[in-house]
Design a protein around this ligand. Structure first.
Ligand SMILES: Cc1cc2nc3c(=O)[nH]c(=O)nc-3n(C[C@H](O)[C@H](O)[C@H](O)COP(=O)(O)OP(=O)(O)OC[C@H]3O[C@@H](n4cnc5c(N)ncnc54)[C@H](O)[C@@H]3O)c2cc1C
Length: 379
């Protein structure tokens, strides 16, 4: 059975590391980078240049999975062909697609052209370089930062940047820059409950971050954004760096007559995470539209991508033995949001569907523990 796994992110790498060598199984992982990126720590790389990658080759030892560093151009699930950017065409018996998501700029004028994303290492490098430049004595330009989107990524980024600004300010004797967090919705971190959100809000205020909820980003230029409130009032905020974390959509790379897409361009899957109408194609992570026990879309998170990947890796082994597939049962074990340094807020699941809320150092430890759990699961 010839199996191709596309992408070595949270879902694809979990698939590969759950596989074992088998006589009738030939497996190849295609990934554009030679390393796995801990996306959940990308904000730390942006603020502090922290190392957030792990080389892939050692992780695949003992799995029977070969790896090729290449870029996928298009996947044709009717022809059962994967075309690479270098023109080569690969065929498969079983395909796993875990190529993640891309930033959604919602066609806001000037945003794509002028904003930095936080989706890959090069974005983190660009932000880190700006922060250093803004704290050099020769720098004459606009220093303030506007971050669009107050979800998990936006909040983790602004708090980490604010913490870095405090350090640099002391070290270099320059005033910190102003950070504006712009959010069209009425509240930050909609995934959290009110008490945890209030704690996060208090931390943002203590850092002096200007939180503009209920402000829609209307336009971006090279050095400013225009925001608008619900009553139509507009204001222009000057910015040396604009960062957009306000939305994602599934990577649009799969072609197939029977492919069904849902919100965010995610591909509808059955209970075994196979694309509807294509039983030989598994879609895992941000690209797939899996439903939970209540029939609602499973969130696009590392936690769920990892669960889906682990199950799919095991299911491919079952397929190779001719065994029945195991269905996907999503669980959310908790959610933690880091708020700069050793501060975090979040909750973990307890028995009988109870939630244990945590703030401060303990929540930070839990967030780190979930990252270590992921690391142990792939090593
Ligand atoms: C800054 C940031 C912070 C986040 N924080 C959290 C958090 O705290 N908790 C949480 O649960 N989730 C968090 N997430 C979301 C989480 O990272 C995603 O849900 C998760 O990465 C999705 O996993 P995936 O396998 O679908 O895609 P990814 O992990 O994005 O992996 C996709 C892989 O495909 C590769 N790839 C893409 N295109 C191609 C191509 N054409 N050819 C070859 N290879 C390709 C990429 O290099 C990558 O390795 C965060 C995301 C970001 C960006």
């Amino acid at each position: 059975m010839k199996t191709l796994i596309l992408g070595a992110g949270y879902s694809g790498l979990a698939v590969a590391t759950k596989m074992k060598p088998a006589p009738n199984l030939e497996s190849l992982l295609i990934e554009q980078n030679a390393y796995h990126v801990f996306y959940t720590r990308l904000h730390e790389a942006a603020a502090h240049n922290t190392r957030v990658t792990l080389p892939l080759a050692p992780l695949l030892r003992g799995t029977g999975v070969q790896m090729e560093q290449a870029q996928v151009d298009v996947v044709d699930v009717d022809a059962r062909e994967v075309t690479l950017k270098d023109g080569r065409v690969l065929t498969y018996d079983t395909l796993v697609i875990g190529l993640g998501s891309v930033t959604n700029f919602y066609r806001i004028p000037g945003l794509y052209e002028n904003a930095t994303e936080l989706k890959q290492l090069s974005d983190a490098d660009e932000i880190f370089t700006f922060v250093n430049r803004a704290f050099s004595s020769e720098y004459q330009g606009q220093r303030d930062i506007v971050v669009g989107g107050a979800g998990l990524t936006g909040v983790e980024l602004v708090t980490e940047l604010a913490q870095r600004a405090v350090l640099l300010s002391k070290e270099r004797g320059l005033p910190p820059f102003q950070i504006h967090l712009v959010e069209a919705g009425p509240k930050i971190l909609p995934v959290l409950d009110d008490a945890l959100r209030a704690k996060a809000m208090q931390t943002l205020e203590e850092y002096g971050i200007n939180v503009l909820t209920g402000h829609r980003l209307m336009q971006a230029t090279a050095d400013s954004v225009t925001v608008q409130t619900s009553d139509g009032t507009q204001k222009v905020i000057p910015a040396g760096k604009i960062i957009w974390t306000g939305g994602i959509q599934a990577r649009d790379i799969v072609r197939g007559e029977r492919i069904e897409k849902g919100p965010g361009g995610r591909i509808a899957v059955d209970e075994f995470l196979r694309a509807k109408g294509y039983p030989e194609v598994f879609i895992v992570g941000d690209m797939g539209l899996a439903l939970n026990q209540e029939g609602k879309p499973v969130p696009t998170t590392a936690q769920h991508a990892g669960q889906q990947g682990r199950l799919t890796g095991k299911n491919i082994m079952r397929l190779s033995r001719g065994d029945e597939l195991e269905p996907y049962e999503p669980t959310t074990l908790g959610e933690f949001v880091s708020l700069g340094g050793l501060m975090a807020v979040g909750w973990m699941k307890l028995p009988w569907n109870q939630k244990l809320a945590m703030t401060g150092g303990l929540a930070h430890v839990m967030k780190r523990a979930s990252e270590w759990r992921w690391r142990v699961s792939i090593e």
